[in-house]
Write a protein that binds this ligand. Sequence first.
Ligand SMILES: C[S@@+](CC[C@H](N)C(=O)[O-])C[C@H]1O[C@@H](n2cnc3c(N)ncnc32)[C@H](O)[C@@H]1O
Length: 334
Amino acid sequence: MINTKTLTYFPEPVPSITFDDIEDDMKTSSLASSNQSTSSLFDPLDAAKTMENIFEEFLEIDGRRFMNDSTLKCCMPSDSKEAERLYGLHCVYRMLWGNNFSSPLEEELSLGAKVLDVGCGSGSWVLNMASSYPLSTFVGIDIAPLFYGDCPVNTAFFQCNVFDGLPFPDNTFDFVRQGFLIVCIDWETWKDKVVKELIRVTKPGGYIEIMDVDYPFFQPGNIAQKFNNCVIHFSDAGINTNSSENISKVFSGHRNVTIVKQEEKILYYDSRIGTISLKYEMKGFESMKIFMMPLLGITDDEFSQLLVDLAKELRICKSTRHFYRLIVKKKSRF
Ligand SMILES: C[S@@+](CC[C@H](N)C(=O)[O-])C[C@H]1O[C@@H](n2cnc3c(N)ncnc32)[C@H](O)[C@@H]1O
């Protein structure tokens, strides 16, 4: 089995997990040899039980488990409740877009392609795609061990920090996808270091797809405006809260890629999808309350009431949130 936790990546040389390693890892899994599925590398619940993890890797705040890493900008918990929430949101976004990706890769995926999901969270996208395209192989990486349970044989998950580089050889993947990572990491480091890595591990002729969201609510009422004001604190922490504006410029600065298109979807909170999305977004705010209460200057009870009022107000004011997908192709010759 590949022990990804003990690997250190970046700067040079970048130790590489090859596809032979990944396939060996899948084959040696006891579940894979007995049946259709292989267990993923980490179970967060098991991980949380060991003393070492409680004191070093994780931090418990208000009954939720957070990664204990002060360099992380992400203030979302890393536990099974968050994994469930991410699964719910994945279903919302699939409904919103009508599909799981926009890159023109249907045929390649049906025939058998190699796919990487960067910042895969609970692995919902990987698992969903793996069952739709059984001949393709899907690899998910994330700094937090949120993926667990039994996974299909054509999937593998690794725990690593994207700021340490991507632990794969050049030109490995036909499709490299990143979803909602920009909203929780340092923009300058992402654009200067991680983008190079996304391009490096993509095969010539392959695609990179970035899906993300602009933080602020559009057409906000009074309460939504209070939440929008908190966005300044995220920006101060180095997060790009309006990345749709400059995401394509980041890629157009690289001579070995071509921007194919940027698509936008607007989520209307007074729609059916908007109502479902609200349920999971409110859970997200609830899990961030420890950070948000001081920003809003309110108590625990006031915060819970504010979320109820926010959900109502977003529908009444017909507020929206803007999502985008950027599709980039790595040139075959450059
Ligand atoms: C908002 S979640 C999105 C998860 C998933 N892509 C989805 O759409 O459900 C962002 C993910 O980025 C991961 N993350 C944050 N900083 C990271 C880093 N430096 N390296 C790798 N993953 C990171 C977090 O652990 C989290 O799972």
